[in-house]
Design a protein around this ligand. Structure first.
Ligand SMILES: NC(=O)c1ccc[n+]([C@@H]2O[C@H](COP(=O)([O-])OP(=O)(O)OC[C@H]3O[C@@H](n4cnc5c(N)ncnc54)[C@H](O)[C@@H]3O)[C@@H](O)[C@H]2O)c1
Length: 344
């Protein structure tokens, strides 16, 4: 799809962060943008700012409400959307072995279940409309890797990526394109999600507090601007690209990220991979790519305290980096190794 003028574009999570940036960019391209989100106040602000044409309060995990939202769109605009962008998502982090059912049900429910609900609701309607179209989702760089403290989120995003590829192949005969957008760090409000999670899914194994989320906010401050990210997606849709990696080194990045599997498939492979990663060329390349993804030079912002000075040297700069126990287990999860538990 090259021309978005008067196209009906539906965006979940459209009231904040990546979704709001997408609303702004597609509105500027002449589309009639409908944003759906749980956050009524931010929906109102987005409409007031002119970022979108229409807003629907929707919890993407609520299938009945999703169908009602699709009916409402057809009533107001006379037809189903031409483009759907499934961006609503949440995250919370902590050691995999501390994860509770609530951690899975909430994160996977929104990040994966919300995308499933969007596809099951809208794909039949888009096919029946018979004008082709495009489906995209804001996945995550996390889809490519397994994180020992991001398990439910990484698993949900990996599942979304795989699911989208299935639809990419399935929907070609209908002229419906599919794209997966895989950003790393975005300048957004996602750090608020864990503090606002639903009461009935709030039994977490992770240490979450205002302090952990303030730390997370300090990371996201350096993230990709949502409108810049949205322009990567727009270009990806125009070029009919499935995998939209919003970085200049994108194809090489994903090549490096996925190569681990061949090393995990034979005895001694992990040692071979460690040796490859330790080469100066690979280290330099990895650091440069990490800086591209995270928005800062990670080698200048160590997670561990700097080494003590050699005799006579000036003391190293002190990085005050209070994580508040971000990514750690709650103190009372007794089976988790001591150094993975918050003791503050
Ligand atoms: N922030 C990052 O660094 C980052 C990186 C990679 C991918 N992502 C993904 O980008 C997407 C957008 O997140 P963001 O970073 O812009 O965060 P954000 O919190 O600024 O925006 C997400 C929006 O989704 C809404 N939302 C959450 N749960 C919902 C639900 N059940 N139903 C409807 N709306 C819901 C929130 O109210 C919010 O407005 C997410 O899927 C996230 O996983 C974020």
């Amino acid at each position: 799809m090259k021309d978005f003028k008067d196209k009906i574009v539906f965006i979940t999570g459209g009231a904040s962060g990546a979704g709001l940036g997408q609303a702004q960019v597609f509105t500027e391209a002449g589309a009639k943008v409908i944003i759906a989100d749980m956050n009524r106040q931010r929906l109102n602000e987005a409409i007031k700012s002119g970022a979108a044409d229409y807003a629907i309060k929707l919890d993407v995990t609520d299938r009945k409400a999703y169908a009602a939202a699709a009916d409402e769109i057809e009533k107001v605009y006379g037809e189903a959307p031409d483009v759907i962008i499934l961006t609503a998502g949440v995250n919370v982090f902590g050691p995999a072995e501390a994860s509770t059912y609530d951690d899975y049900d909430w994160v996977v429910g929104v990040c994966f279940g919300g995308v499933v609900n969007g596809l099951v609701t809208f794909v039949p309607r888009m096919i029946k409309k018979g004008k082709g179209g495009h489906i995209a989702s804001t996945v995550s760089w996390g889809a490519f890797g397994a994180g020992s403290s991001t398990a439910p989120y990484s698993a949900a995003k990996a599942a979304v990526l795989n699911l989208l590829e299935s639809y990419y192949n399935a929907l070609k005969p209908y002229g419906i394109g599919v794209s997966a957008l895989t950003p790393a760090n975005i300048n957004s409000h996602i750090y608020e999600a864990a503090l606002n999670r639903p009461q009935e899914l709030s039994n977490t194994g992770y240490n979450v507090s205002d302090k952990t989320q303030t730390f997370l906010a300090s990371i996201h401050k350096n993230g990709l601007d949502p409108k810049v990210l949205a322009n990567w997606l727009k270009k990806g849709i125009e070029d009919e690209i499935f995998l939209v990696i919003p970085y200049a080194s994108g194809p090489r990045m994903v090549e490096i990220e996925m190569e681990r599997f061949r090393y995990l498939a034979y005895p001694g492979g992990e040692a071979d991979l460690a040796a490859l990663k330790a080469t100066p060329e690979r280290q330099a390349e990895s650091l440069q790519m990490m800086a591209e993804r995270e928005g800062y030079d990670v080698s200048q912002r160590p997670m561990a305290p700097p080494p003590p000075p050699a005799d006579g040297d000036a003391p190293p700069p002190v990085f005050s980096f209070d994580t508040g126990g971000f990514g750690q287990a709650k103190a009372d999860v007794e089976w988790v190794a001591d150094d993975k538990k918050y003791k503050g």
